[in-house]
Design a protein around this ligand. Sequence first.
Ligand code: NAD
Length: 487
Amino acid sequence: RKEEKALIVIFGGTGDLAQRKLYPSLFNLYKRGFLKDNFAVIGTARRPWSDDYYREIIINAVGDAEDINGQATDFASHFYYQSHNVNDTEHYATLKQLADKLDDKYQIGGNRVFYLAMSPSFFGTIAAHLKSQNLKTTTGYNRVIVEKPFGHDYESAMVLNEEIAQAFPEEEVYRIDHYLGKEMVQNIPAIRFGNNIFNALWNNRYISNIQVTLSESLGVEERGGYYDTAGALRDMIQNHTLQIVSLLTMSAPVSFTDTDIRNAKINALKSLRVYKPEEVAQNFVRGQYGPGSDKPGYRQEDMVDADSMTETFVAGKLEVNTMDMAGVPIYVRTGKRMREKATRVDVVFKQVPNNVFGEGDNTLRHDVLHIMIDPEPKLSLQLNSKTIGHSYEYDTNSLNLNYSVPAEQRANIPEAYEKLILDVLQGKASNFASSKELEYSWKFIDSVRQAWDKNIDDMIFPNYSCGSMGPKAADALLEKDGNHWEF
Ligand code: NAD
């Protein structure tokens, strides 16, 4: 296994994301030998922590406080803390000295990853300082990882892009979308382009419709302040959902390289039909959860406006107008406080053109490919087949492919972040959204948002109850096309 040499600077090193996801992911890479001797991590944030205290935090964060074999202590010895206010230019000079010293000490060779695990409002100033204060090296690579939310509309996303681009060219920018680090999301191209049975059928001649569901059972929890300014459309559809849609609808990439995959995804998103304001109500449904027996409604949550009109649920019908996908409705759905937590794709195939069995009591069903992403990765193909016995009746059966990971392991592995950080260290960009993808996805989202904002008075919220699958209108959206949600 090749060791990756890198100095990783984490802005927001005391934060929730760093402690819950980044440190455990880095530790896993260490245990697997991807990080070994020639690496160091600088954590920076405002608090005045010592290196020793920071290392204790790291050991706790990687869930190895007992540290029987000393591995966590060895790992944590590569961590350094630098108190830092991102707006203070002088602090970058101190940071540079430490970075150069560690580069030398660990013989890193000038490779640098800057992880911006902070509010995006700081991205511009951090990027500008990294460049002007010469924290970017000339002897190795420079890569910057940025977290979501990447803008709140097309314009702000492009401003953010431009600010970062002043210091880091596009090929150095890695925009994290952790759904792209999920095993079964990465499996979508493998299923589509690795099997001729799906390659041949993946078009408007054989697919009836595609359904993408990202449902959560939790409410907004402690994120009310942010969420109330964002809503489900921006928080879940613009990024995760549209990324999954692009993987499901893109044409085959010329080769499986970053550039070709990105181009294929860009073309899919560019082919999204952008709705006119008067078409939005026909194609999109929004919802907000009300109180349940033992759960507060959205408007009763902490930091949420008591008469908030923010949506916590979205269902939509998308059209990807390429030669192969035009005419295939892509239904998407996401929401909080729904019946259960699940991320899944259901690809519903058209029925055989003629039912030779005649219309009996048990009519033929659609074949459906279920791609289960969360909580349990699984692939399942629902087919019609004959029941056992003398009579000729048929039933639906499933072919299943389980990717089983013991439950206790699954809970501990922050898989998506680990995979994505390794991608960055190895310079693989295909699992990160490019600026063109952002551009097209925000244009689409803005068209919906703007129509909604104009018609806000028509909405009555809350309109779905805790533990349901969203408002009735989300079912009607499919029913008027003669379809229904598989899940
Ligand atoms: P957080 O509030 O827990 O941490 C923010 C960090 O920034 C802290 O380390 C704080 O000290 C530091 N900071 C704030 N102002 C600073 C300043 N002026 N100078 C120096 N340091 C400063 O936030 P978080 O939950 O860790 O989220 C970080 C980023 O990741 C955000 O963009 C968030 O949207 C994104 N994100 C977080 C999660 C998550 O699970 N927490 C998930 C997805 C995306």
